[in-house]
Write a protein that binds this ligand. Structure first.
Ligand code: HEM
Length: 513
């Protein structure tokens, strides 16, 4: 009798579990999408018809691949139709607000600057990164700050933010100058050998990687090189895997992509663990009495605190997040700014004169950076035309109201930063032209210039990135004049961030000291 009761109980539990899984699957793939679509249609928000499971991913991929199939004929900044052709097609057809589907994830395109400001400033705890975003980046970022949500995000932000503020931030200036001088020296050596044309993007990528390695983790780029290389490969492999295996459960298949991803991830974590362990050893062997005041030191200190929920895995995820978020974005900002200055010699001369006036031939100091008004205007204009982060997707974790819109739980808000930055309605008829003068006045319409997002969940490294960009450009422009090489082909593409497809070839001419 007891055996029968046991088996019956077991079968009831199993059946309940199976029913729950079946209900969750049906709800996730059918009921919820239908519910959200109906809610949005009732509010007059329509969009392209989604396909089963893939939503509009295939339409988007085919629009993008045909738009970028050819290089641009000249250096022209009218790039929205090239990089976000789906945005152009759907906003023309369905209006400014439309709904499209990234697989089974419904996304509401939002371009209304008032609503964007309200959303980013007031809804950071009840919106965040979707499961799909987290899955797509979990191997190269993990659960670090960029992908954390709710209370976890709040806690992590609270821990890392001090590493990017006040005196700590100022203290990084010396490293930034030192690393830039090394890059300038290697450029000077190349030019001395008779090579005047360089692909400057590569130098700038290595430089920003070197800076983040030294300032945040106390290791040189040479040592961190392997980690960067593996993380970049890992990121590319993950992007390929999501394109090839989008169906449910495919991440568990033992295919070549998944095997390679697993191996690379293990290797990255092994190398990171070596850096962490050597820092811990120094304290344990009493060679040092603290873990250090950089980001890694702050994170290791936090592990020791009672009640803190940081562990070694999260420290590694945070390291990966900062390696990832902290160098490519800045190197791309630098690359596009050099392209704009090289193709606008008048502005190059003006900025060089300003740098000379402020630093009088001396090494740039952090305290004087705020005097570089023209350089600041050029950098802003560069981020407006080529914002490294082209879109901001955030998912609603609760139902809420946004202006006159009702946003249901499970809907992602998709902010097309690139399109907003190029909107003629917001920036005037010359929206696609390089005109730094537009940043001469400090009064902006909130929500229309958002290269670093805005509100509590904006870029935590914003001041770090601006300081770094100004130091590097100030040194570079005082040492060289640069022009665009005839080998440069203007072909911006989006691979997570906006990149020049074939790099940026410039001709360098050393200036008299
Ligand atoms: C020009 C350079 C940069 C640009 C344009 C940029 C842009 C952004 C944007 C748009 C976000 C919001 C992303 C989202 O929520 O989806 C973001 C977040 C973030 N950025 Fe940056 N970033 C830059 C440089 C940096 C640097 C240098 C660091 C670190 C040293 C950094 C670390 C982060 C982190 C950790 C987050 C996540 C913040 C959070 O969710 O609380 N970024 N960045």
């Amino acid at each position: 009798m007891a055996v029968v009761i046991l088996i019956t109980t077991f079968l009831v539990i199993l059946l309940t579990l199976l029913l729950k899984v079946a209900y969750d699957t049906i709800s996730c793939y059918f009921l919820n999408p239908i519910r959200i679509r109906k809610i949005m249609e009732k509010q007059g928000v329509y969009g392209p018809k989604p396909r089963f499971l893939t939503g509009n991913i295939i339409d988007m991929a085919s629009l993008v691949s045909s738009a970028v199939s050819q290089d641009m004929k000249s250096i022209n900044h009218d790039i929205v139709a090239r990089l976000l052709p789906h945005f152009v097609a759907w906003s023309n057809q369905y209006g400014k607000r439309f709904l499209y589907w990234n697989g089974i994830e419904p996304r509401l395109c939002l371009t209304d600057t008032g609503l964007i400001k309200e959303f980013l400033s007031k809804r950071s705890l009840i919106s965040g990164k979707s499961w799909q975003q987290q899955q797509g980046s979990k191997h190269f970022i993990g659960r670090g700050l960029l992908m954390a949500n709710g209370k976890d995000w709040h806690h992590q932000r609270h821990i890392v933010a001090p590493a990017f503020m006040g005196d700590k931030l100022k203290g990084y200036g010396g490293h930034m100058v030192e690393c830039t001088k090394e890059m300038v020296e290697s450029l000077e050596n190349v030019v001395k050998c008779g090579v005047s044309e360089v692909e400057i993007g590569e130098y700038l990528t290595n430089l920003t990687a070197d800076i983040i390695s030294r300032t945040e983790f106390g290791t040189s780029y040479e040592k961190g090189k392997q980690i960067f290389h593996l993380l970049t490969q890992l990121q590319a492999r993950c992007a390929q895997a999501t394109r090839h295996f989008w169906f449910p459960g495919s991440r568990f298949f033992p295919n070549t992509y998944n095997r390679e991803i697993k191996c690379m991830k293990m290797e990255v974590e092994r190398l990171l663990m070596e850096i962490i362990q050597s820092r811990k050893d120094c304290v344990e062997m009493e060679r040092s009495n603290s873990y250090g005041s950089d980001l890694l030191g702050i994170l290791l200190d936090e592990i020791k605190k009672e009640g803190g929920n940081l562990n070694l895995q999260l420290v590694m995820d945070e390291c990966k997040t900062f390696f990832f978020a902290g160098h490519e974005t800045t190197s791309l900002l630098l690359t596009w700014t050099v392209m704009l200055l090289a193709s606008n010699p008048h502005w190059q001369d003006k900025v060089r004169a300003e740098v000379k006036e402020v630093f009088k031939g001396e090494t740039p100091s952090v305290d004087q950076l705020s005097k570089l008004t023209l350089l600041n205007m050029v950098i802003n204009e560069s981020m407006r035309l080529y914002p490294p982060a082209t879109v901001l997707p955030r998912m609603a974790f609760e139902d809420f109201e946004l202006g006159n819109l009702y946003i249901p739980k499970g809907l992602s808000i998709w902010i097309p930063v690139l399109a907003i930055h190029h909107s003629e309605e917001l920036w005037g008829n010359d929206a696609n032209e390089f005109n730094p003068e537009r940043f001469a006045s400090k009064s902006f319409i909130p929500g229309r210039f958002i290269p670093f997002a805005s509100g509590p969940r904006n870029c935590v490294g914003q001041s770090f990135a601006m300081m770094e960009t100004k130091i590097i450009l100030a040194i570079l422009i005082s040492k060289f004049s640069f022009t665009i090489s005839e080998n440069y082909r203007h072909a911006p593409v989006i691979v997570l961030t906006i990149k020049p497809k074939y790099g940026l070839q410039v001709c360098l001419k050393p200036l008299d000291p």
